[in-house]
Every structure is written in C-alpha cells, then in structure tokens.
Design a protein around this ligand. Sequence first.
Ligand code: 5GP
Ligand code: ZN
Length: 111
Amino acid sequence: MSDCIFCKIAAGEIPCRKVYEDDDVLAFHDIHPVAPVHFMIIPKAHVASLAECGEDHRDVLGKILLLAPKLAVEQGLTDGFRTVINTGRGGGQEVFHLHVHIIGGAGPRPL
Ligand code: 5GP
Ligand code: ZN
C-alpha cells in the first residue's frame, strides 16, 4: 500500500522509535502518546483493520498478542498494561493499517 503511513514505517521509509522488529511484525512508539508508555505493534504486511483479517492472518495476530506482554514488561510495564485495537471509523480508527496499542504507566482507568 504505497499511501499507507504504517507500511512506510514498516519499510523504513519513515522513521520511528522502534521497540521490536522481526520478519513479520514491527513495534514502535506512538508519535502522540496518551500515557507514559504507548507503543503499537503492527504486522509488516498491510491489512487495513481487524475487520479485514482472515485465516491468513491467524499466525501474525497470535504473534502480536503473544508479543504484547513481553514487550510491555521490557518497556517497564511490570504492573500491567492496556491493549486497544480500534477497528473502523466507528471504532475510532484513524490509521487504516492494523495496529495494537499497548498503553500503560498511568495507573488503572476505566474502558
Ligand atoms: P488509531 O486511532 O488508528 O487506533 O491510532 C493511530 C495512532 O497512530 C495514533 O495514536 C497516532 O498518534 C499514531 N500515529 C499516526 N501517525 C503516526 C506516525 O507517523 N508515527 C507514529 N509513531 N505514530 C503515528
Ligand atoms: Zn499499510
């Protein structure tokens, strides 16, 4: 997706503050953090949102969710964290490349 900002970040064409990278996924800090720790985990291969995922995405979705607690602890979130996936305009999604927000360090808060 040539006009997708997260594809460009995944390709190294736009800089980011990287948290983790492997062949399939990238984690990087949100440019506008809503808490002391706020990063996102994305699949490198473009998929617009959770609503567009199918069986082909099973492995990468599992990988992202299993990475979340490991990366959260590495980022200092030893007491827990929030995971947020905004899906579609009605779900508040602004960047249409699937991403899982990992947010923490600001104490508990209601959904
Ligand atoms: P959404 O509302 O789609 O779930 O969240 C998109 C997130 O991407 C927002 O929190 C926003 O701050 C972040 N974001 C948008 N553009 C960039 C960018 O170029 N770099 C980084 N690191 N984060 C971005
Ligand atoms: Zn993309």
